[in-house]
Design a protein around this ligand. Sequence first.
Ligand code: PLP
Length: 427
Amino acid sequence: MIKKLKNITKSLYNSLELDNSCISPVFSPTLNLTHGNNDFVFDRSGKKYLDFTSGIAVNAFGHRKEKIYDAISSQTLKLIHTSNLFTTPPQLELCKRLTSMANKALSKTNIITDIQYSSVFLSNSGTEANEAALKFTRATSHRLFRSMNDKVEIISCTNSFHGRTMGALSVTGQKKHQEAFLPLIPKVKFVPFNNSAELKNKINENTAAIIVEPIQGEGGLGIISKDFVETIMHASREHKIFIIADEIQTGLYRTGYLFNSFNVGLIPHIITIAKSLGGGLPLGAVITCKTIHDILLHGDHGSTTGGNPVACSAALATLTKLQSLGTTVQRINSSATLELYIKALCKKFKGCTPLGKGHLRGISLPPDFSVDSIITKARKKGLLILKTGSNNIRIAPSLVCPPLLIHKGMRILQKTISSSQKNITQG
Ligand code: PLP
């Protein structure tokens, strides 16, 4: 009888086990999720997880959001796809909304600038947004500075992450992502993040663009320094260099502001966004200043499905929700609670340091902790978290995650860290 029961349990367990051999080995998912509800997701066995990943900083409002669902379903009934040979009302409305939001946020900085955002290219992902941004700055440089054939160089930062397609990968400052794919596109230089002296050394009349993240989402949550921003801005004016701010992970209030760049005084010629923009559907955007807009020509770039009307409708609903959430007590309380708990946790465990901002936070772990093992153990306890850099925890809950759930998640994390090291040094 017991043997029979054991066999039944075993076969039940096996049926729940994941056969992921049909998925490309470049991914290694070990969890199969079936549904979600607000800040929780559920796997095939019905196990419930508190989601502090938000689909890698995508789901700004958690799971199953009616307003976004309504926008998607009503557009699906009207028109799903047209290609970029045509335009659609949601696409036009979205491009207008993004430029006006960017210009409004810029005007609020009181920084005197001649930059004005005038158009948007829509893509299917973050990496494609950066591909477009790189192409746009190169084309503009070629056409504006015809006599300077060599003004094509792009400067990026070490530890940066800009995507996995060949162009975006070429400006990604992490060897582990690049090594297998060499050679990449030429004329890219790297400077250590926040090293103004090195940046000044590398800049010359051939520099066409600088691409930078205000906070390095994948590379360890380093925050751009005031001095580095000033050096970039000064170099841009002196040498006619275009600035691309990659706000794919930091933008749309994930780090507290519509765009973090403006908040630190970085006024880019191009802003790239993606992640939460499509409300969970694939969508990226390249918000472009007038100088670049005026130089680009029909056919310079394109995408068959970029700016798909369904994704644009989801984006409009998402932006409406984001705009009303932007400065609310709800978002601020949620982020402040997260900060409080992270600081407390770092105080408890010697060598841990708090990282990040807003709802993109983390903990830098000392070498005696393994982030991978903490992620696995937390998952078993019903908490989903992320990794950033080489050994840091990344926590990216929804922007509306209630303080009570932040408390719950951080308690699980604390217990997990506690049990992850035998000879814990507690402060
Ligand atoms: N840029 C940054 C800053 C990112 O964090 C990411 C993804 O994590 C990308 C670009 C690439 O975006 P996607 O994965 O949508 O291609």
